[in-house]
Design a protein around this ligand. Structure first.
Ligand code: IP8
Length: 243
């Protein structure tokens, strides 16, 4: 069983304060991950790390920078967060290794992502837990743009033939217009009106974009809150099933 799990940036950081970790939430997630017996590929978002610098430098998924210093500041913020995640996992004897998208791929002029993942597959085969993240990435004719953790999740899910995908964040699922968690989403148009944007600084699009992206996958994806992470990792179907 191959599982791709994203820890949302809003979960593991304090999204309102620049470069501030939510250590309690990260430790709790690491505890749950340490109990997982699946082949697990992890991705984490940016939260108050990468998004803060992306906004500062005007860089987004479509707006690039040709300033290497700006790109490095965004990337460096993400690798700092990645180190925190790796460290909490190593504290629990999880064999976690980093995968940095900036060094692993690029986009063509039409924004199509080319990110080969044989190295990630080999890591999994050798019993490691790859831990990737949203990042900056070289983008033909744009300099460097943002790649969201969700896009990495999609690439991992396709390239690793994942059986299931989990998006663990600060929400219990995808909410409808009445504030209730939607059990199952099979069609974007059916829920488009109910999906709003993200309140705090988030250059990669909020929940609507996430749902759209996840619907493209073959494997089912689940959006759920931190309290349901153990349940998801032991085969449960918490929150909202997408696809
Ligand atoms: O938090 C964004 O990743 P996300 C990555 O998964 C950066 O959308 C560097 C802002």
């Amino acid at each position: 069983m191959t599982t791709v799990l994203k820890l949302g940036g809003s979960l593991i950081t304090d999204k309102e304060r620049a470069e501030t970790l939510d250590g309690t939430a990260l430790s709790a997630a690491a505890d749950a991950i340490a109990e997982c017996r699946d082949d697990l590929a992890l991705v984490h978002g940016a939260g108050s790390f990468g998004h803060h610098y992306a906004e500062k430098h005007g860089v987004s998924v479509t707006e690039g920078t040709t300033d290497a210093g700006d790109a490095l500041e965004i990337h460096g913020s993400m690798t700092t967060l990645n180190r925190f995640v790796l460290s909490r996992l190593h504290d629990r004897d999880v064999s976690a290794l980093p995968v940095h998208p900036l060094s692993a791929g690029g986009r063509d002029a039409d924004a199509a992502l080319d990110m080969p993942i044989p190295a990630v597959r080999t890591m999994l085969g050798e019993g490691f837990v790859p831990v990737s993240h949203g990042d900056v990435i070289a983008h033909e004719d744009h300099g460097a743009t943002i790649i969201s953790g969700d896009e990495v999740v999609v690439r991992f899910a396709e390239g690793l033939d994942a059986d299931r995908i989990g998006l663990c964040s600060t929400v219990d699922g995808v909410y409808d217009e009445h504030g209730d968690v939607i059990d199952h989403i099979e069609d974007f148009d059916a829920v488009a009106d109910a999906l709003g944007g993200s309140d705090a600084t988030d250059v990669t699009g909020g929940m609507a974009g996430k749902v759209r992206t996840l619907l493209d996958l073959d494997a089912p994806a689940y959006v759920f809150g931190a309290d349901d992470l153990s349940a998801f990792l032991s085969g449960g179907e918490p929150g909202t099933r997408i696809g």
